[in-house]
Design a protein around this ligand. Structure first.
Ligand SMILES: [Zn+2]
Length: 195
């Protein structure tokens, strides 16, 4: 699995949606990103505060001694012909820090995600059908329960549309850059009004 996935995963490039979200953060309009993705594309796009509730494939850990590795270390091992990456310190098996089926979610990321959701005043839910726990729970029970405004951007309708405050059906890669352009426009007109 590592062999077939690693190159694609590690060499993937951010799309316009990732870039738009990074821009929103830079403008001070986005506090954090909570993601189920393990591909680090938000960080590659420039986002700083990213909470990865399914872990990340950017780093890996030796299951025996706990030594940490970077994605580049793993790629090198695979390139050198290793079928399964093993630790150079103890010979133990190395596993990416992404959560596999049946494993527990990282406790720290989860509690940060809950905390941010309780305290946010608006939540942008992007490209998720919201059927997978805990993302569904975080947005519906916590975000909505805390009376945050919920904005859904998704290609297909979801069960969540009826409790969202704003629903936009379309591609995130097209909608989010438009949203950012609109926010910029509003900020500019705000600035010129106060001058
Ligand atoms: Zn080890």
């Amino acid at each position: 699995m590592a062999k077939s996935l690693a190159k694609t995963l590690f060499n993937a490039k951010p799309n316009p949606a990732h870039i738009a979200l990074a821009e929103l953060e830079k403008m001070g309009k986005l506090r954090c990103i909570i993601t189920q993705n393990i591909d680090s594309l938000h960080q590659k796009a420039g986002s700083k505060n990213v909470i990865e509730i399914h872990g990340t494939a950017r780093t890996a850990t030796c299951l025996s001694c706990g030594k940490k590795f970077r994605d580049a270390d793993i790629l090198k091992m695979l390139d050198e012909g290793l079928l399964v990456p093993v630790c150079d310190r103890c010979g133990g098996l190395i596993k990416v820090d992404a959560v596999f089926f049946g494993e527990n979610l990282p406790r720290d990321a989860l509690s940060r995600a809950m905390d941010e959701s309780i305290h946010c005043d608006a939540m942008l839910v992007v490209g998720s059908s919201l059927v997978v726990y805990p993302a569904a729970y975080i947005s519906s029970s916590i975000g909505k329960g805390a009376r945050a405004n919920i904005i859904v951007v998704n290609l297909e309708p979801t069960w969540f549309d009826r409790i969202a405050d704003v629903v936009i059906h379309g591609k995130a890669g097209e909608i989010l850059p438009e949203l950012v352009a609109k926010v910029k426009e509003l900020l500019l007109s705000d600035n010129s009004n106060t001058r």
